[in-house]
Design a protein around this ligand. Sequence first.
Ligand SMILES: [Zn+2]
Length: 309
Amino acid sequence: MSPGMRLSRGLAAVVVVAAFLAGCQGTPPPSGAGPSGAGTQLTVVATTTVFADMVKNVGGDLVAVTSLVPRGGDVHTFEPKPADIQAVAGAKVLFMNGLGLDDWLERTITNAAASGTPLIRLGVDLPGVTLLPGESPDTQNPHLWMNVKYAELYADRIAAALKAADGAHAVQYEAQVAAYKQRLDALDASVQQRIATIPAANRKLVMFHDAFPYYARAYGITIVGVAVEAPGQDPNAAYTAQLITAIKDSGVKVIFSENQFPTKLVDQLASETGATVVSNLFDDALGDQVASYEAVINWDTDRLVEALK
Ligand SMILES: [Zn+2]
């Protein structure tokens, strides 16, 4: 694309946004997104509360970060609203995961950002990540951050983006990301230790959606199956029947689901297999019990140990 094309596209986007914003006067901007309250902080937008928390840890008081998907929301089926477009339009850096998790950001609101606003895809082509068996970069599961070591790679990428956008504070970002990664290192070791207390034969489970393959591989758990292949899509009867057989054959005792999803399907799986349901895990979003990414990993690990021990 020539620079000229880029400019005209950018101008067109500005016109579209201006027209759009004119049509939604009276909608208050999300907290932290507008000029008021942001002060001299770098205004940053992330697609989810989990990534926003990581950005806050790396950026500290230098950044004002907003998440588009709210706490307890479902990133897979999220539809941006006018206030989200306003938040994106005011951002100096945008963070998303990519790999199919939150591609609605690119499809629907990238044009709202000022021309040249960096859009950081935290999970895409991330050096140091090993694909799961059978995966290619095109079919890669997006939930890389559930392996704490991969979350450290996200932190590195966040730090690089913040330094590029706000070079005057590079030293501070470097110190903050180093401190954050040190905590994540300790968290990773703690998860290893806690999961190791589960008898090996019990370290297998069924999940509602496929958010745990990197966690499972990192910490020595087997995922026997998932209730839905994609959130928002009901599985067909043949798929569910196969899963029920797999649960019975493998002797899986517990089916785990997340706070943000309905439990009807996992309740059905439980009643047909005799497994129990633990329906308060977190992965894609923070929630009332878990106010940070670190709390998510701690909470889930405790729930797994409690249920499988
Ligand atoms: Zn997910």
